[in-house]
Structures are given as structure tokens and as C-alpha cells.
Design a protein around this ligand. Structure first.
Ligand SMILES: [Zn+2]
Length: 366
């Protein structure tokens, strides 16, 4: 007799209790299999859903022939655990632990809607994917988009990333480049025999320190760009003039720039620096807010509040590339994501679940 060894998810738990279960089932990037198995099994038990799987990505759909299809998406992975698992619920109704905010509370809401709204007013697609917190080429949503773009088809998508329970339109792009300077190694007692690559990198740092980022307004939302060194590597030994130095630069850019324009801009900023090598390490485009789309407006009306811009890069951009307007709307607080004291208020999780349910069960409008 076959016995299941992986943990099970009980979708009759409320979204907060379910969040705790999901946090207690650790799933750092690259290690999502057990959680993906549990999610797939729980969804397959629901007769109103068709379930597909690609790697550790699970997609479930209703097929009711509704006029519109809405996608609810969330990533299963978390950043590395930092002594903050298992989860802990405190006396103020706050749930602590890795992934509580980013974004297992959102995933719990997705699972609750999947389990408890069998006849939604719009057809629903639920997407659970892996490897969001690591380099873009590993991203599970990207892999699904490549192999089965039809699985992601829809009129509108909501990503349940932490957004403080507010709707966030669009997202900024992110570009990471390596700027490498080269010199010539020498004994530091005879430094004039060499050329110091670390000193050459000073010109790059000076450009960064003097850089004035833009704050463009798009669709009524103000974005804030940033160009920053995020790492610097150089040096051979305590008595050697270094012959190589690499500054890793991250450019967060507003969605009115195309990826090509963003790259051209960064090249231009450093054009007169003595950089010997310019390597694009990672690049993900931004997404325009898309708030003028009718599907987005119906959603806004249902959940209330006013939209804000999204500064961090999110997979909204991948949906946007597939022609599906998308927003972020999730219970976590964006500022708590990736922190060791990551946490989420239980009432925010329940509120998010309640707003989505209200939107998806309201009588259709003419
Ligand atoms: Zn996230």
C-alpha cells in the first residue's frame, strides 16, 4: 500500500491558520518540491478545478465558460530562513516567521479562494510557482510562460505579493550590471610597477554617489528610480596591488523606460569611466500600471482604496509581457519582506481573503 509521506494542507483552515501551516513547511528558493506537492494534492481534491503541473509550478483552473478570466498568482518560495521558522502567533494577532509577509499569506488567500469559491462570477486561474526570489532565468512563472503560455491566459491578473492590502499598479524594472576595471599586479612595496584596479573603480563610485535619480509620474502614480552599487570585489593579498575590481550596480527604473533604454542609460552614465568590462548580469523589465484597463477598474471598485506605484520588481511584468494587465494586491507589508522580523497581521490576511471573495462572488454587472 502506498503511503503519502509529504505533509498535507487542510484548506478548511482559515487563511491565517493556513498561512502558519505554509510557513511551517519551509520552501526556500530551489527547495519548493514538498510544498508544491502539498498544494497540488490539495487542489486535485477539488472537483471544480483542472490542475496542471510543470516542475514545481502548479496551475489550477475553473472552466465555467464565464465572460472573463482572472488569474490569481503567487510564488511558493522564500528567501533563506534566518532562525525565523516555525511561525509564531503573538498576543496581538500578528503572525511571525519567514514568508509570512512575502508571500505565504497571499498564497493562503489564493488557496482559500480556490477551495471556497467553486462557482465564481469570472473564471479563475490559480498559479503557484517556484524560484521567484532568485535570478530571473530560474523563475517558475517565466518557465510556465515559455512552455505553456495558454495556462496563464486571462483578462486580468492579481499577484498576491505584499502590498499592504492596497492595489499597486505596474512595477519598476531591475537591471544588474558588473563593471570591471583592470590594472596590473605588483608588489605593494613597488606599487609604481603596477596599476591599481581598485583605484580605477573610484570613478565608478563617484558617478554613483553623484547620480540624481528621476521621479517620473505615470498614469497618476509617482515612481522613484535608483542606481546603486550593491557589491564590490577586488584585492589579492595584503601586499599586492590588485589587478581587478568589480562593482555590481543595480538600476531600478520606472516603467516608462524600455529595457533597451534602461541599459543604454546605464552605459551612458559610466561612459567616461575606465571600465574594461561591462556585463549584464540580470535584467527584468518593468510594467506599466495598466490601471485604465476595464478589468483593472472593476477590480479597483471592488477592493476599494487608491492605487500606488510598485517600486520593487514583481512578476506583474511577466503577465504584462503576455498581454495580461496585472496588479499587486496582497496582505503583507512590503517593507517587512525579506526581514528577519518578517510578520503579518492576521486581520490583514482575513481582510484580503474577504475582499477577493466579495469581488469574485458579486452578481455580475451588465
Ligand atoms: Zn514576493
Amino acid at each position: 500500500m502506498e503511503r503519502s509521506t509529504h505533509p498535507r494542507l487542510d484548506l478548511s483552515l482559515d487563511a491565517a491558520a493556513l498561512t502558519a501551516r505554509l510557513v511551517d513547511l519551509p520552501s526556500e528558493s530551489g527547495d519548493e518540491k514538498a510544498l508544491a506537492d502539498a498544494v497540488e494534492e490539495a487542489l486535485r481534491a477539488l472537483p471544480h478545478l483542472t490542475v496542471d503541473r510543470l516542475g514545481n509550478n502548479v496551475v489550477a483552473r475553473t472552466d465555467l465558460g464565464r465572460a472573463e478570466r482572472v488569474v490569481l498568482a503567487g510564488h511558493l518560495d522564500t528567501v533563506p530562513i534566518a532562525g525565523n521558522v516555525p511561525s509564531r502567533l503573538d498576543e496581538h494577532g500578528v503572525l511571525w516567521g519567514c514568508g509570512t509577509c512575502d508571500m505565504k499569506s497571499g498564497v493562503a488567500v489564493q488557496l482559500r479562494v480556490a477551495a471556497t469559491v467553486p462557482a465564481p462570477n469570472r473564471d479563475l486561474t490559480f498559479v503557484f510557482y517556484d524560484n521567484e526570489e532568485v535570478a530571473a532565468h530560474l523563475n517558475g512563472l517565466g518557465k510556465v510562460a515559455e512552455a505553456h503560455p495558454d495556462w496563464l491566459a486571462g483578462d486580468f491578473a492579481v499577484l498576491l505579493e505584499p502590498s499592504d492590502g492596497q492595489v499597486e499598479g505596474g512595477c519598476q524594472g531591475t537591471l544588474r550590471v558588473l563593471l570591471r576595471t583592470r590594472g596590473e599586479r605588483a608588489h605593494s612595496a613597488r606599487s609604481w610597477m603596477g596599476a591599481n584596479a581598485v583605484h580605477a573603480a573610484a570613478t565608478v563610485l563617484a558617478k554613483l554617489a553623484a547620480y540624481e535619480p528621476r521621479r517620473p509620474v505615470i498614469d497618476g502614480l509617482e515612481y522613484r528610480e535608483g542606481l546603486n552599487a550593491v557589491r564590490i570585489e577586488g584585492g589579492v593579498a595584503g601586499n599586492v596591488i590588485p589587478d581587478e575590481c568589480t562593482v555590481t550596480v543595480n538600476f531600478r527604473y520606472a516603467p516608462d523606460r524600455t529595457p533597451e533604454e534602461a541599459l543604454a542609460h546605464v552605459r551612458e552614465v559610466f561612459a567616461d569611466c575606465p571600465v574594461d568590462e561591462f556585463v549584464v548580469d540580470d535584467h527584468s523589465p518593468g510594467a506599466l500600471p495598466g490601471l485604465s484597463h476595464p478589468a483593472a477598474q472593476a477590480f479597483m471598485a471592488a477592493v476599494g482604496g487608491t492605487a500606488k506605484p510598485k517600486f520593487g520588481w514583481t512578476d506583474v511584468s511577466r503577465f504584462s509581457a503576455l498581454g495580461v494587465p496585472a496588479v499587486n494586491y496582497g496582505p503583507g507589508e512590503a517593507l517587512l519582506a525579506h526581514k528577519t522580523d518578517e510578520r503579518v497581521a492576521v486581520d490583514r490576511i482575513l481582510h484580503c481573503e474577504e475582499r477577493l471573495r466579495a469581488w469574485l462572488t458579486a452578481a455580475p454587472q451588465d
